[in-house]
Design a protein around this ligand. Structure first.
Ligand SMILES: *[C@@H]1O[C@H](CO)[C@@H](O)[C@H](O)[C@H]1NC(C)=O
Ligand SMILES: *[C@@H]1O[C@H](CO)[C@@H](O)[C@H](O)[C@H]1NC(C)=O
Ligand SMILES: *[C@@H]1O[C@H](CO)[C@@H](O)[C@H](O)[C@H]1NC(C)=O
Ligand SMILES: *[C@@H]1O[C@H](CO)[C@@H](O)[C@H](O)[C@H]1NC(C)=O
Ligand SMILES: *[C@@H]1O[C@H](CO)[C@@H](O)[C@H](O)[C@H]1NC(C)=O
Ligand SMILES: *[C@@H]1O[C@H](CO)[C@@H](O)[C@H](O)[C@H]1NC(C)=O
Length: 554
């Protein structure tokens, strides 16, 4: 399916001058994929239901790449609805054009195709892709996306025998259109019907998900691709040695189980050092009144018998989960995508230039359920804000900064529905406080960056809490969970020009408005900072027939 083509700089120079600018640095290999997106019918919970397939696969194919590879995916939308893929966790340096979010891209219309072209630049780690429009992710079209280290760069563990992707997530038997109707009518989608692990609900003796050779060590990449439920992941009789978390090498602690919140990915090592038989992987719901479970089978190649019917139990309560979060540490001496050690970036010594405090709320507007951030409940305009900025017509599409850095008290907030875009100064170092006044857990994701998750604590944030921040070895990552009545602090430098989504990873919440975009414009309009709108970009809304603006200068 994928073929490697290494193009020489010489060949590139034959191409049009403009393309050459962005591709000269890209002597890195190209991987080409053609993906046919269609409906299909499967019965993961025993009831036939419509799902979205990629090349007849559910979940979709895994993308396996190495730092700096170029990935080209030609997507044929054979659904009856507009469609986009988002490459969750891929930073798209200078290139928010490839984000595939409704704020950056026009949708791929039914019966048409569009080619994504991006480089997995300067990053390593375990990620996933998913469809970003219209609750499609409730129906599938997600898959694993791994970025391996370049051979030159030492990895802080021995090469595993094999590399496995485990996609876990809550699951509904209703179709994405039915779920969308429920949300559009102003109600909640309620509780899921089950949990899936790589598209299946129950361990199947006839087809184990993975096999392990005795005494060998395997890498498992576990991502929660579900809609709203935190899951605990564990393997009967085996421990999990954490090695990587959303692009960072971690201190290699050993865990009995891991809480994986919606949108998060963890890489662990598992050694087949137990009695030769079958074992069960378990993913079960956390922080819910109900318990739903998925199981998947691992078979030792010399297995002498079935897995024990007794499943290891999940931990109880969220204090356990908070304590686990606090054990996650950056390995300061390990190198990630670049040869220099991770810890040579002293994030704790940089002065903060701005503090943005974001509070999530749930409310009813005109009788309908809405979720908001600082009183603004986002709606996608028909012209993607990124295109509106590029064509200099942003003022016709949205108003900047409806979300203020310091929100009004929650009980004084009047919830407004509007496109929500805040702007920030290129290269500023920012602190974002995420405060959760609700009784449920919240999980956030930021596109285009990884950030330092320096604190998660119960209660409300105040400036004195800064003395509790981990300014030494907090993990640089792209999601953070915020426990009930708690807060989290993250820090990052806005050095990636573009338009980037900050959102609740929980599908119901972001569909009903709990998201915003952060616009970082390079003042120079220079190709050093941001690529031009690609030639193949789809256009829609008010920019559809506008003349192309002059390209950025070199
Ligand atoms: C995609 O799949 C559909 C349905 O199976 C088929 O009709 C169509 O020809 C396929 N398109 C491509 C480009 O493979
Ligand atoms: C794909 O994964 C395997 C290890 O699982 C690795 O050896 C191979 O080089 C990978 N391909 C790329 C392009 O990274
Ligand atoms: C659609 O697919 C064809 C190849 O089948 C390709 O030549 C063309 O560039 C694609 N269109 C876009 C917009 O990516
Ligand atoms: C951190 O990485 C270094 C360098 O690769 C490695 O030698 C060390 O064992 C790692 N430390 C921990 C605590 O995982
Ligand atoms: C950070 O702020 C402190 C106090 O305002 C100042 O003394 C220091 O020089 C600043 N550091 C940098 C790197 O700007
Ligand atoms: C944010 O946008 C407003 C309105 O376009 C502009 O006046 C302001 O300078 C921008 N601020 C930053 C930091 O880019």
């Amino acid at each position: 399916m994928a073929q490697v083509v290494t193009r020489s700089v010489g060949a590139l120079l034959l191409l049009c001058c403009l393309w050459a600018v962005s591709l000269v640095q890209a002597e890195d290999p190209y991987f080409y994929f053609t993906w046919n997106v269609t409906y299909g019918t499967i019965s993961p919970l025993g009831v036939p239901q419509q799902v979205i397939m990629i090349n007849d696969q559910f979940p979709g194919p895994n993308i396996n790449s190495t730092s700096n590879n170029n990935i080209v995916v030609n997507v044929f939308n054979n659904l009856d609805e507009p469609f986009l893929f988002h490459w969750n966790g891929i930073q798209q340096r200078k290139n928010s054009w490839q984000e595939g979010m409704p704020g950056t891209n026009c949708p791929i219309l039914p019966g048409t195709n569009f080619t994504y072209h991006f480089q997995v630049k300067d990053q390593i780690g375990s990620y996933f892709y998913y469809p970003s429009l219209g609750m499609h992710r409730a129906a599938g079209a997600f898959g694993g996306l791994r970025v391996n280290s370049r051979l030159l760069i030492p990895v802080p563990y021995l090469d595993p025998e094999d590399d496995y992707t485990v996609l876990i997530g809550d699951w509904y038997t209703k179709s994405h259109t039915a779920l969308r109707k429920v949300l559009d009518s102003g109600r909640s989608i309620g509780k899921p019907n089950g949990v899936l692990m790589n598209g299946k609900n129950k361990a199947d003796n006839d087809s184990p998900l993975f096999t392990m050779k005795p005494d060998k060590t395997y890498k498992y990449r576990i991502c929660n691709v579900g809609l709203k439920t935190s899951l605990n992941f564990r393997i009967q009789g085996h421990t999990l040695k954490l090695i990587e978390l959303e692009g960072s090498h971690t201190v290699q602690n050993v865990y009995e189980s891991l809480d994986v919140h919606v949108g998060q990915c963890y890489s662990v090592l598992v050694t087949a050092n137990q009695e030769p038989k079958d074992y069960v992987m378990v993913a079960s719901t956390r922080f819910t009144k109900y318990t739903l479970t998925a199981t998947g089978l691992i078979r030792y190649t010399n297995s002498k018998g079935p897995a024990s019917p007794e499943l290891p139990k999940a931990p109880l309560g969220w204090a356990w989960s908070l304590n686990q979060f606090r054990t996650f540490r950056w390995n300061l001496t390990a190198s990630a995508a670049r040869p220099n050690p991770q810890g040579s970036y002293h994030y704790g010594k940089i002065n903060i230039t701005r503090t943005i405090k974001l509070v999530n709320t749930v409310s009813t507007v005109d009788g309908k359920l809405r979720y908001a951030i600082n009183g603004i409940s986002h709606v996608d305009p028909t012209t993607p804000p990124k295109l509106a900025e590029y064509y200099s017509v942003a003022d016709k599409v949205f108003e900047y900064n409806l979300v203020k850095d310091e929100p009004a008290a929650v009980d004084e907030q009047k919830v407004t529905l509007a496109p929500s875009i805040i702007n920030a100064t290129f290269r500023n170092y920012i602190e974002i406080i995420l405060e959760n006044h609700e009784r449920g857990i919240q999980t956030w994701h930021l596109n285009g960056y990884s950030f330092f998750a320096v604190a998660v604590e119960a209660g409300k944030w105040s400036p004195e809490k800064r003395k509790n921040y981990n300014l030494l070895d907090a993990v640089s990552r792209n999601t953070i969970q915020v426990y009930p009545y708690s807060w989290a602090a993250i820090m990052l430098t806005f050095d990636n020009a573009g338009l980037w989504s900050l959102r609740s990873t929980m599908a119901e919440r972001n569909y009903l408005g709990q998201q915003l975009y952060i616009s970082i414009l390079s003042p120079a309009r220079s190709l050093r900072d941001e690529y031009n709108l690609p030639d193949n970009s789809l256009l829609c809304g008010i920019v559809k027939d506008m003349p192309k603006p002059p390209p950025y200068s070199a």
